[in-house]
Design a protein around this ligand. Structure first.
Ligand code: TYC
Length: 103
């Protein structure tokens, strides 16, 4: 290469690919057997809801059939659903939670 040649860097276009993690909502479903106090306890213990939000979430599920508990990344949502349902199973209640992708 001659001494005064200009060396150009290759034109490489880099498009940053940082994708937002998909979020999952945890839903709580009503049933006729689980005591209200047990539902509130699970919401406080597993989902770290404070007393009044736990009460609200439980009452919404009780009255409307289901309620959104909170929104998390997939792994966290699924782990919390399992923890909550394990507690219910251990206590002999049919309490139901699911994790669903947000639209
Ligand atoms: N329906 C239940 C009862 O009357 C209480 C309850 C509320 C159960 C919310 C589940 O997600 C639920 N004992």
């Amino acid at each position: 290469m001659a001494e005064n040649d200009v060396v150009l860097a290759p034109r490489v276009k880099t498009t940053p690919k940082v994708e937002k993690p998909k979020l999952y909502k945890v839903l709580l479903f009503n049933d006729d057997y689980t005591p209200r106090e047990f539902v509130v306890m699970v919401l406080k213990y597993v989902f770290r809801a404070d007393g009044s939000s736990a009460e609200k979430i439980m009452l919404t599920a009780h009255m409307k059939g289901s309620s959104v508990v909170a929104v998390y990344t997939k792994d966290i949502a699924e782990t919390k659903v399992k923890e909550a349902m394990d507690l219910a199973k251990e206590a002999g209640f049919p309490l139901m939670f699911t994790a669903e992708p947000e639209e």
